[in-house]
Design a protein around this ligand. Structure first.
Ligand SMILES: Cc1cc2nc3c(=O)[nH]c(=O)nc-3n(C[C@H](O)[C@H](O)[C@H](O)COP(=O)(O)OP(=O)(O)OC[C@H]3O[C@@H](n4cnc5c(N)ncnc54)[C@H](O)[C@@H]3O)c2cc1C
Ligand code: SF4
Length: 524
């Protein structure tokens, strides 16, 4: 096979770029490692999910495995999904734009580095990404950066417990506002309205946006996009001119095949992109493809987080909505960003034990059990916190030749730690959350241990200078003119906002750039 553009990875970045390129008449082949997950099977998937199985896990042994080192182990299992649609099959769907200050933390606060592009450069692409994904939101976030368009869908109404949080936040002078999300508050784009069934990691109705529903069918309908599922890229081959000539891939039969194209895009996520580059060594690139800077795999970031919960007297009616509807971005932009990590507050609609959890741990039966569940269920409120993480060159993705996956390829090894800056941010966040819960009359206030979000960023950062970055502001690899590196690996800093809307905006922008180049537009 050959194509104008070969995209490796059919998730958020890859699916969006395939549609953008296909619409412009460009012939695209997408190599996607995972299968097509048939939408008609979602009911069965929900049942597996409710039995605490991961329906998105690869059936090929070792494909989802990674090793780790550092004081904290960053484990990928459950933190990404393999299949047409990628991790958006599994994601929560919260879709915040980064704040304009997130792109300029070096200039504004003297920390980390500035991005080579600004919020203003990305704003029109954010607007297009929101329309394509169907983002429900309201313009009530006083800390949001300027928007050229409204939200395509109305926000979900605040929940009962949001109202309780709003009262306490009002007393404390903390702003609470709607949480934007790619989930249908009303029917949209041929997909159903959300039914509040609360299994969002496997949405049975299609109300939650996922790329297999929002982009892949439209991309294939252009007639220019072919998606090859269960096709895992093993490495890219480059020639002596320093350009990529072929993607070598294998299907479950493990037979190696080659796909040639004029342009290649790696869109396999911030762990697999650097892994593939490191696996694609050649005489021209002895340290890995596009790695003359030595930075491929470095500056790995996530969003460290904690949850703070407290017991209240009245019923808070939890577990009626499967997702959160309110948040505060106040501490993501205000405060001492030079001294401690910025953070978001997410006001949970589901906290504390479920009825069955209470039952199983109670040791009671009959009327005593019923009374226990009546008394205890719905009496906990919770706040989830995610913070920004500074890029640290010691946090890195490398290859572990001692552990091999289904195809005999070294698995990714993640060296990871969380520093003082992030811990100080979370300490401050904990104090804020505790004061909100105390204002609500909360007792037995508890804080969870540190956990990391299913967000992976920063392993092939973009920039103007080939010595200090891997890709340019259009996501083109500095060292390889016909190779693009899409996804959150290109992020320079992490923000405290979830990454995917920014991934989507950057993907649309990069696709525009590739299309212009392939048409021979002189501007490029
Ligand atoms: C449980 C969970 C909750 C999340 N919640 C949110 C949220 O609320 N908001 C948010 O912004 N983000 C969230 N995310 C993160 C979000 O899903 C990712 O940021 C986003 O999907 C990344 O896009 P991507 O295209 O870079 O990677 P992916 O969407 O992961 O796609 C990469 C694709 O590449 C394929 N692939 C990998 N290796 C190869 C190979 N060698 N050859 C061929 N194909 C390959 C994979 O199978 C996958 O389909 C969540 C993620 C998870 C797992
Ligand atoms: S609550 Fe809404 S988005 Fe979540 S699984 Fe149910 S229908 Fe889908």
């Amino acid at each position: 096979m050959d194509a104008d553009v070969c995209i490796v990875g059919g998730g958020a970045a890859g699916g969006i770029m395939a549609l953008e390129l296909g619409r412009r008449g460009i012939r695209v082949v997408v190599l996607e490692s995972g299968p097509r997950h048939d939408f008609a099977q979602r009911g069965a998937y929900v049942r597996r999910y409710l039995r605490h199985e991961d329906p998105w896990r690869s059936r090929l042994a070792g494909l989802d495995v990674n090793t780790g080192s550092g004081r904290l182990r960053y484990n990928l299992e459950g933190r990404r999904a393999r299949g047409v649609g990628g991790s958006t099959l599994h994601w929560e769907g919260y879709t915040l734009r980064f704040h304009e200050s997130d792109f300029r933390v070096r200039s504004l606060h003297g920390i980390a580095d500035d991005w080579p592009i600004s919020y203003v450069d990305l704003e029109p692409y954010y607007a297009r990404a929101e329309i394509a994904l169907g983002v429900a939101g309201a313009p009530d976030d006083p800390w949001a950066s300027p928007r050229s368009t409204g939200f395509p869908l109305p926000a979900f109404p605040f929940s009962h417990s949001d109202g309780m949080f709003a009262g306490a936040c009002g007393t404390l002078g903390i702003g609470l506002h709607h949480l934007p999300q790619a989930r249908n508050s009303v029917p949209y784009d041929g997909r159903a309205q959300c039914k509040a069934c609360a299994t969002c990691h496997v949405c049975p109705t299609g109300a939650k946006a996922s790329i297999d529903l929002t982009h892949v069918p439209a991309a294939e309908a252009t007639g220019n996009v072919r998606i090859l599922s269960e096709a895992t890229a093993l490495r890219l081959e480059s020639d002596r001119s320093g350009e990529v000539r072929a993607a070598v891939y294998a299907q479950p039969d493990r037979v190696e095949r080659r796909l040639s194209a004029r342009t290649f895009v790696l869109a396999t996520g911030a762990i697999e992109n650097p892994r593939l580059l490191l696996l694609s060594k050649s005489s021209e690139f002895p340290d890995g493809l596009a790695n003359r800077s030595g930075l491929v795999g470095t500056f790995f970031m996530s969003h460290p987080g904690i949850e703070v919960t407290g017991r209240v007297k009245e019923n808070v009616y939890p577990y009626r909505i499967g997702f959160s509807t309110a948040m505060s971005r106040q501490f993501a932009t205000e405060g001492d960003r030079a001294g401690r990590a910025a953070f978001l507050l997410e006001f949970l609609n589901s906290a504390g034990p479920t009825p069955e959890g209470l039952a199983v741990t109670s040791g009671l039966t009959g009327e005593a059990l019923r009374e226990h569940v009546r008394r205890e269920f719905g009496r906990r409120l919770g706040i989830r916190i995610y913070c920004d993480q500074l890029p640290d060159q010691a946090n890195r993705v490398s290859l572990n030749p001692r552990v091999r996956d289904y195809f005999g390829t070294p698995v990714p090894h993640i060296g990871y730690q969380v520093g003082r800056y992030e811990r100080d941010g979370l300490d401050e966040a904990k104090r804020v959350a505790e004061s909100i819960l105390r204002t609500l009359g909360g007792t037995d206030i508890q804080s969870s241990g540190l956990s990391m979000a299913a967000h992976q960023m920063g392993t092939h950062r973009m920039g103007h200078d080939p010595k200090t970055s891997v890709a340019d502001p259009n996501l083109r690899a500095h060292d390889v003119p016909n190779l693009y590196l899409a996804g959150s690996g290109c992020f320079v800093t992490a923000s405290s906002s979830p990454p995917t809307l920014t991934i989507a905006a950057l993907a649309i922008r990069a696709a525009e750039h590739i299309a212009s180049r392939l048409r021979g537009d002189s501007k490029f």
